[in-house]
Design a protein around this ligand. Sequence first.
Ligand code: AHG
Ligand code: MN
Ligand code: MN
Length: 335
Amino acid sequence: MKPHGIITLSRFMLEERRRVRKDASGAFTELLLEVAFAAKVVAREVNKAGLVEILGLEGGENIHGEDVTKLDVYANNVFYNALDHMGLLCVMASEENDELIEIPDRFPVGDYVLVFDPLDGSSNIDANVSIGTIFAIYRRVTARGKGTVEDLLQPGNRILAAGYVIYGSSTMFVCSTGQGVHGFTLDPGIGEFILSHQDIQVPEKAKVYSVNEVYYDKWDEPVRKFVDHIKSGAADSGPSTARYIGSLVADFHRNLLYGGIFLYPADTKNKNGKLRLLYEANPMAYVIEQAGGYASDGHTRILDKTPTDIHERTPLFIGNRNMVELAEKFIAGEM
Ligand code: AHG
Ligand code: MN
Ligand code: MN
C-alpha cells in the first residue's frame, strides 16, 4: 500500500530516529515534540493578539477579570511550563530571564539543555507582522544533578538540534537535527505540524539583502563599503532587492527560501551588535549551515564562538555562503 501522503512532525521524528539514531532512548524526540506543542499554544495566543482590546489589555485585566500577560512573557511561561517537568532537561536559558532557569526540585533532571528566544520580533505584534520563537538543544557537559552555566556556555558547534517557529500567515516549525533542514506547516484543523518543506537548501543566488540601514553612519567603514558594494550590483550573483522586516525569524525565513544575506553588524551604539549569540545567532547559524549557507560575526564562524555570558551579543552576517564570505573579506580589509 502507498504510504499515507500526510507526514506529521511526530511521524517524521520517529522515522528519523529509527533511521539515524538507532539506539536513541526517544527522550530527544520527545523533547522536540514538546517544543512543537508549546509552539502550538503560543500560535493560538498570537492569533488572538489583535483582540486584546476586546479580551483585555496586556498588563491589565480582560472582561473576565483575568490578568492579561504580555505576549513575550506569556510565550516564555508556555515554553518553561511545557518543559520543566518532563525529566528531559537539566537547565534552560531564555532571552526573557536574567539568570539561567533551573529545573524545580520536585522534578527529575535529564541530559539535555534548552536555550530559547520565546518571542522574537515582539515589537511587530501590534502591526500584525510575523514573529517567531527560536531554540537550540545541547547535551549537558556537567555529569549530574541540576545543570549549570557551564552547560549553557557551549559553542554552537555542539548543538544537537535547533530551529524556529514562525507565526506568520501560517505557523511553521522549521528545524534541523543535523540531517538537513525541514519545515512543517501547522494545519489548524487538526492541530498538527505537517511536513511541507523537506530538505530546504538555500538557493544558489542570494536574491535579497536585509539590514536596518538607518544605522549606516554608525557602522564601521568596511561594513559600509560592503553594503555599498552589494547595492551597486557589483557582487557576483549578488542581491537584486532589499527586504527588512525587523523580526529576525521572518527575515531569516524569507532569505532561507529565496536566497540572500541578513546582517546586523556592530555599530557605535551596539558595540557587539544587537542579537544574542545563544538565543538568536547560534540556532539560526546551525540552520543556515544545514541548508548549505554560512553565518559569521564578520571575522569568525558563529558556531565556533565560545560564549562567556548567557546573554552575550554578537554581530551577525548570515545567509548564502558566498555573500557572507564576501562580507568577511571586506571586514578583513581584503576588498
Ligand atoms: P526580540 O523581539 O526578541 O527582542 O528581537 C528583536 C530583534 C530581531 O528580531 C530583529 O532582527 C532585530 O531585533 C531588529 O532590530 P532593529 O529594530 O534595530 O532593526
Ligand atoms: Mn529576538
Ligand atoms: Mn524575544
